[in-house]
Design a binder for this molecule. Structure first.
Ligand code: SAM
Length: 486
């Protein structure tokens, strides 16, 4: 059996043979000699323990806008490419009510079922075995999120996956998937692979699995970058970016080309004219730095739901607060625009809505245009809005079962348990005994088990998801505290 390193080596060789390349210039197939890896000219594989684990590093200094990876269409795993298998295609046609994503999920499982017979076998072999997306959370891990909205989002994610699986089961049985691939567990694995790794394609809204292109870890969009929710996300890289693309041809000088490319609006997209997925450096990188991709703008809860991680510092993160009917009926902002930002400031819409609500009803029409354009209405109005917000956040913090300090301590304890157990932090453990006990109970363990580092792989994975839940609520509490201070 191949180890992880051998699997990766086999995969990179396969990728080179199929035409995936990080060469700054397109390779001519006639002059191309077989290579042992598709990487090494612009990118290399590296480990980034605090920023996504396995990822891509700059193999040399990279300039913003330069092409760093091309993945030909033939390498992409899509519904279309898998359904070249006629038997599978005939079966899929019988179930037109299944969504494109459900069909891609079945396609992925069908390829896994082919084993070495799959043309993507080396790619499939190095995919993660497990995921930490919300749908994979158990009851204990979901409860650890503490905030109702987040608990509800997790339950919704699980029931959606269950109903998708049940609907697709008949197709999976018809195509003769092996019993272990018919299980809900396998469905969850395939769905999480698709949710966290697919890229947008202009011809299929289910997107594609893009070998090597899916090694890029995530960076949140920066304000000055052009990446926006509509333009790009892991399942939504701009479909029109080929029209913005500077030509990758040999006529232009390198510098001219780079200047053009730096005007690009996205850092990746499928390019029809060369039939390849192309990736560009979104900024300058020094050799060895991690090269990141913006999958889109996501709150931490959305990142958890679709990708199974969250960011310590996320400009798109938000905390929602419950608004009474009287507030909701006094403005016309959409509900999802009313939140507290990462820095604890109310969003533009929330502040505007509260300013209107704090105005006497008979005066609202008169000052409406000022409130909607973001203007302060009066000092008195502003003070009452801020007092209301502060009270609301304080109330929210008080309703949570744990305080921010306790959660900070708990995160510290979990980190130590994940790394090296030491009796020295037994005192700390006592402070978070309640939830720690619940973790041990949920995993059928005795507290003593951790002392000898005998936690099972399953318990370690559960601990990782529990940590994500605690960190998520800690960051929510942090926003509310910041607002109180603000
Ligand atoms: C497209 S894959 C990126 C490559 C992945 N690290 C791998 O080893 O195959 C996306 C996954 O990488 C991880 N990831 C990406 N960016 C991350 C980040 N900034 N912090 C933590 N995890 C990240 C998450 O597990 C996410 O679901």
């Amino acid at each position: 059996m191949e180890g992880d390193e051998e699997k990766l080596e086999t995969f990179l060789k396969w990728a080179a043979n199929i035409g995936i390349s990080d060469s700054p210039r397109p390779l001519q197939s006639s002059t191309q000699s077989p290579s042992s890896s598709c990487l090494g000219r612009s990118l290399s594989i590296a480990q980034f323990p605090d920023a996504g684990g396995r990822g891509l590093a700059a193999a040399r200094d990279l300039r913003r806008g330069e092409v760093i990876l091309r993945v030909p269409r033939a390498a992409l795993l899509t519904r279309e490419s898998v359904l070249e298998d006629q038997k599978l295609a005939v079966s899929v046609c019988k179930y037109p009510h299944l969504s494109s994503t459900q069909v891609l999920t079945v396609c992925l499982l069908a390829e896994v079922g082919k084993g070495r017979g799959s043309r993507w076998h080396p790619y499939l072999m190095q995919l993660p075995r497990t995921y930490d997306t919300l749908a994979n959370f158990n009851l204990f891990e979901i409860q650890a999120l503490q905030v109702d909205d987040a608990i509800w989002a997790s339950e919704k994610a699980i029931s959606k996956h269950q109903s998708d699986w049940k609907e697709a089961l008949i197709l999976m049985q018809e195509v003769g998937l092996k019993p272990q691939l018919l299980t809900f567990r396998s469905w969850l694995w395939a769905s999480a692979t698709i949710s966290s790794r697919t890229l947008h394609t202009p011809w299929d809204d289910a997107g594609c699995l893009c070998p090597v292109g899916d090694f890029f870890n995530y960076a949140a969009p920066e304000e000055e970058s052009f990446c926006s929710e509509d333009e790009m996300h892991m399942v939504g890289v701009s479909s029109n970016c080929s029209s913005l693309r500077a030509e990758i041809n040999t006529e232009k000088s390198n510098d001219e080309q780079l200047d053009c490319n730096s005007q690009r609006l996205t850092d990746g997209g499928y390019e029809e004219d060369i039939a390849a997925y192309c990736f560009y450096a979104r900024r300058n990188y020094k050799k060895g730095e991690q090269v990141l991709l913006c999958y889109g703008s996501y709150s931490n809860l959305e990142l958890l739901e679709h990708y199974g991680f969250l960011l310590k510092s996320n400009p798109s993160d938000r905390a929602f607060i419950q608004l009474d009917m009287s507030i909701r009926s006094s403005h016309s902002w959409p509900n999802d625009s009313l939140y507290i930002q990462q820095d604890g400031k109310p969003s533009f819409a929330l502040l505007s809505a509260l300013r209107l609500w704090a105005t006497a009803p008979n005066l609202r029409r008169e000052v409406g245009h000022l409130a909607y354009s973001g203007s302060l209405l009066s000092t008195e109005n502003e003070v009452s809005v801020m007092k209301w917000l502060s009270k609301k956040c304080q109330g929210l913090l008080e309703t949570l079962p744990t305080s921010m300090e306790e959660d900070g301590l708990l995160l510290d304890v979990i980190d130590k348990m994940q790394n090296h157990w030491s009796p020295a932090f037994g005192v700390q453990m006592l402070a978070c005994e309640g939830e720690l006990n619940d973790f041990f109970l949920a995993n059928g363990l005795q507290k003593g088990d951790v002392a000898g580092f005998q936690l099972t792989t399953k318990a370690m994975r559960s601990m990782q998801r529990w940590r994500l839940a605690v960190e998520w609520r800690f960051r929510q509490e942090n926003k509310s505290c910041n607002l109180v201070l603000y």
